[in-house]
Ligand binder design. Structure first.
Ligand SMILES: Nc1ncnc2c1ncn2[C@@H]1O[C@H](COP(=O)(O)OP(=O)(O)OP(=O)(O)O)[C@@H](O)[C@H]1O
Length: 348
């Protein structure tokens, strides 16, 4: 997810994501980039850590402390924790004495329900915003990547985050066709965990799986390309004891086949229902890949082969949504019909 604040004339953007939160301030760029994790004492609910510090605690906390991800699949899974995490992040970048409450624009996966939208709006308002705007993530990603979304020309954006993959065709400042899949980076990690368990009888943790994906992972192997190898540690499921093994790129490619196939199908299904004039534009301009998942090696090639349309990874793939929500507050006149505002949502 993503968004923007306005404080004493300063515009600030927030990307509230499943994997990480990014805050963007005009004139300053990205001022905060932290994992979306909060750690607290289970019985007193006292916050122990947020962001990077809490991330290091994931899977490593003693019984009385719990480190959790309050967002799941791109939407709010735990409302109270999300609001507390957000408040602490905002405090880190905005001065403590706030006379003017800021406006916030939040990017949400295009498939979120009304109840989920309400939860996001409420968390942002509770965190101190005067007004919250919601914008669909792929629209924000397109703006952030520099696409002129107001033109009557079709563009396709595939934003692969931690919890959701958003696929959308954009024209004239709005989304013409879209789908949101709850299959993205986290699901890739889970697939790697399952694969290693089945093939090597080794149980590895979430963080180890993510490291494997980033270090040696790929969406496909290229002919003649040498496989990378990484050592991973986990628990041998037969002996119950710690063990380390070597995993190759080929393993990771195999592990990611299933979730990637679902994303390819999602892209094809959106293309199939897109009006032909816009398809022609997309063939000319190519599909734009954004989000952290876009950095998976050779994903552009895989998608290009599957669709026959050129695919380009955005230069600022990870920041695109945050930058886009920042810019979106300056484009309210163009985006009016595409936005949801807290004034409307909370009145209902
Ligand atoms: N080099 C890389 N290769 C593959 N995956 C990567 C790479 N770098 C980051 N990722 C993955 O990108 C995902 C996070 O992407 P991003 O920060 O765009 O998500 P998010 O905005 O927090 O999530 P969402 O949009 O679903 O709410 C994580 O699953 C992470 O493992």
């Amino acid at each position: 997810m993503a968004g923007l604040l306005s404080f004493r004339g300063e515009d600030v953007g927030i990307d509230l994501g499943t994997a990480s939160v990014l805050i963007y301030m005009r004139g300053k760029g990205i001022v905060l980039r932290e994992p979306s994790v909060i750690a607290m004492v289970s019985d007193t609910k006292e916050v122990k850590a947020v962001g990077a510090e809490a991330y290091r605690m994931l899977g490593r906390t003693p019984g009385n402390i719990v480190a959790a991800r309050p967002l799941k699949d791109g939407v709010i899974a735990d409302y109270t924790l999300t609001e507390r995490m957000l408040t602490l992040f905002i405090k880190k970048v905005l001065p403590p004495l706030r006379f003017f409450r800021p406006q916030v624009m939040v990017g949400v996966p295009s498939g979120v329900t009304e109840v989920e939208r309400r939860a996001v709006v409420q968390a942002i308002v509770e965190a101190g915003a005067k007004r919250a705007y919601l914008i669909d993530e792929p629209l924000a990603a397109a703006i952030g990547a520099g696409i002129k979304i107001a033109e009557p020309t079709g563009s396709m954006v595939v934003d692969i985050g931690g919890g959701s993959s958003d696929i959308a065709v954009i024209s004239l400042g709005g989304i013409v066709r879209s789908t949101s899949l709850r299959i993205a980076g986290n699901e890739f990690d889970d697939s790697i965990i399952r694969f290693i368990r089945n093939k090597y009888n080794l149980l590895i943790g979430e963080r180890t799986a993510e490291e494997l994906k980033i270090k040696i992972g790929a969406a496909k192997r290229l002919p003649g390309e040498q496989d990378a190898v990484a050592e991973v540690r986990g628990r041998d499921l037969i002996s119950g004891l710690p063990k380390s093994i070597e995993v190759t790129t080929e393993d990771v490619v195999e592990a990611l086949k299933e979730p990637l196939e679902k994303i390819v199908q999602g892209v094809k299904s959106v293309l199939e229902t897109t009006p032909p004039e816009l398809v022609a534009d997309i063939i000319d301009r190519g599909i734009l890949l954004t989000g952290g998942g876009a950095l998976l090696r050779n994903l552009d090639l895989l998608l290009q082969e599957a669709t026959g349309v050129p695919v380009v990874v955005a230069e600022n793939a990870v920041e695109a949504v945050a930058l886009g929500t920042g810019k979106a507050l300056d484009m309210l006149h163009v985006l009016r019909d595409a936005l949801v505002t807290s004034d409307n949502v909370l009145r209902r």
